[in-house]
Design a protein around this ligand. Sequence first.
Ligand code: HEM
Ligand SMILES: CC(C)=CCC/C(C)=C/CC/C(C)=C/COP(=O)(O)OP(=O)(O)O
Length: 290
Amino acid sequence: MPSRLRQFNALTKPRVIQLIVFCALIGMVLAVPGVPSWAEVRLGLIACLGIWLVAGAAAAFNCLVEKGIDAKMKRTSWRPTARNQLQDWQTLLFSGLLCTAGSVLLYVWVNPLTMWLTFATFVGYAVVYTVILKPLTPQNIVIGGASGAMPPVLGWAAMTGDVAPEALILFLIIFLWTPPHFWALALYRVEDYRKSGLPMLPVTHGNEFTRLQVLLYTLVLFAACLMPFIYGMSSWLYLVVAIALSIGFCGYGFALWRNYSDALARKTFRFSLIHLSVLFAALLVDHYLI
Ligand code: HEM
Ligand SMILES: CC(C)=CCC/C(C)=C/CC/C(C)=C/COP(=O)(O)OP(=O)(O)O
């Protein structure tokens, strides 16, 4: 990839966005009973592209707003915005173009509800989380996590033009997953966050309190992960996978709470990614096979 393209691509936080779009896709799959028609497949693909573009725009906007903070942290100092390899107007234009293209796709070829919900998610992450909450309170990622939890709702709305309780259950799962996902990382990146001046939980309330929060959230998340089965959205196959993953995540939460090490916090963060990816993949397999 030419280097300029690679820089713009990096602004969209591609790996995070891939999982976000995957979660939106699962929302779409579950919204359509049985095997989808060709028209539904086409609608789903356009909706994925639209959500991908708007989510990428939100990530790029976040890189622009936080370029000073990113420059102070080892993990993010390589970003083209932090290194001033891109000018502010270029990043702003890129974000604006992606957001407009995605919104037009969603409005014209999907439905206005999905466009407005996706745009509200953009504002939730790019403005409410990045500009207001992140520098304000250690609960920033809990409240801001609502934006990251929206993809299954967007997927459901794309296929049905509506928001159903099933979509809200998937929202709840990602919402409760976000704090242990992020705080596990913040624990071993605490020096980065101290330097950044952001009020992240391990900086404001310390290592021990954050570990307790990680453990408690993994336990509540366990209960939420059972809800798709209890509500009748999925069968035993999902249930078995959900229980195994939840025991794993709670196990990491418990081990981290008992005995802290940076290496274990890093493993917990990595496991959070496996947890969510495999959980949603299980919903997909369960929907078609059982
Ligand atoms: C407010 C909510 C969230 C916060 C604060 C957050 C924070 C972070 C941070 C700081 C990283 C960077 C790790 C690194 O550079 O080593 C990360 C990685 C990641 N996050 Fe999140 N996250 C959030 C929500 C989500 C959501 C909703 C998803 C997907 C559904 C997600 C998926 C990922 C993935 C896939 C990575 C790995 C990226 C990579 O390996 O390059 N995150 N998250
Ligand atoms: C329209 C739509 C679906 C939007 C999705 C919003 C979105 C991109 C959510 C992902 C959350 C995310 C990248 C958090 C990174 O946290 P951070 O920004 O604090 O991390 P950083 O320190 O790496 O910048």
